[in-house]
Write a protein that binds this ligand. Structure first.
Ligand code: SF4
Ligand code: SF4
Length: 232
């Protein structure tokens, strides 16, 4: 049977540390302001009786993905294994996918990302701090935390100006038998990634043992990111 990938996020385990967000940025070279992985924090109660609800967010890799349906060039497309992925080489930047996406997890690159690391020679403290260009030169990379392997996997290491970008469930890593970067980085083991079609997989047994929820179920998108054990 073909694999169908999904993710479970255990809200009892998530401590809202943001390690997943940072791991995603490093893995996928996302620029400032573009966060494929993020999280919201809601506060309940009145001091000193306060509680927090952290909800990690990312592309939901919906079965009935509205962004895929409206894309005129098939740049946004769904693979047989259930990944909703994007091909920047045929994206015309029309933003139809962004308008159709109810989750706000597709981003538009209006500038050439990280170009300032090649051009900005100003420093915050003259002769005291490095400029962006000096940092980039010392790191011998387009920008200091550049993950060159991201480009070696058949994807553009940095997405181009005028195109959109979004979480790919790290399918370049999954193809090599690895888990998505956010899953590996989580110190609380709050994220489970795997094959929903394998009834013995950890994700399938976890989903059977709990009553999962999804974000915006009323939109009928059939998300493949599930949440379990909500506190509030
Ligand atoms: S790394 Fe894990 S614990 Fe930290 S915010 Fe992300 S999901 Fe929650
Ligand atoms: S912005 Fe690109 S991916 Fe989005 S709908 Fe237009 S062509 Fe498709």
């Amino acid at each position: 049977m073909t694999k169908k990938y999904g993710m479970v996020i255990d809200l009892h385990r998530c401590v809202g540390c943001g390690a997943c967000d940072l791991a995603c940025k490093s893995e996928n070279n996302t620029p400032v302001g573009i966060n494929w992985a993020s999280h919201t924090t809601e506060t309940y109660g009145v001091f000193p009786k306060v509680s927090y609800k952290h909800t990690p967010t990312l592309c939901n890799h919906c079965e009935d993905a509205p962004c895929v349906r409206v894309c005129p060039t098939h740049a946004m497309h769904k693979t047989d294994e259930g990944f909703v992925v994007h091909d920047p080489s045929i994206c015309i930047g029309c933003k139809s996918c962004m308008l159709a996406d109810p989750y706000g997890v597709i981003f538009f690159n209006k500038e050439h990302a990280f170009l300032d690391f090649a051009t900005d020679t100003s420093s915050a403290v003259k002769d005291g701090t490095f400029s962006k260009k000096e940092l980039s030169d010392k790191a011998k990379a387009p920008f200091p935390n550049f993950n060159a392997a991201r480009g070696a996997d058949g994807y553009e290491a940095v997405r181009r100006k005028g195109a959109v970008e979004k979480c790919s469930f790290c399918n370049h890593r999954v193809a090599k038998g690895l888990s998505p970067a956010c899953v590996v980085a989580c110190p609380a083991d709050a994220r489970i990634f795997g094959d929903l079609n394998d009834e013995k997989s950890k994700i399938a047994t976890t989903l059977r043992a709990h009553k999962p929820t999804v974000l915006l179920p009323e939109k009928g998108t059939n998300p493949k990111v599930f949440y379990i054990r909500e506190y509030n």
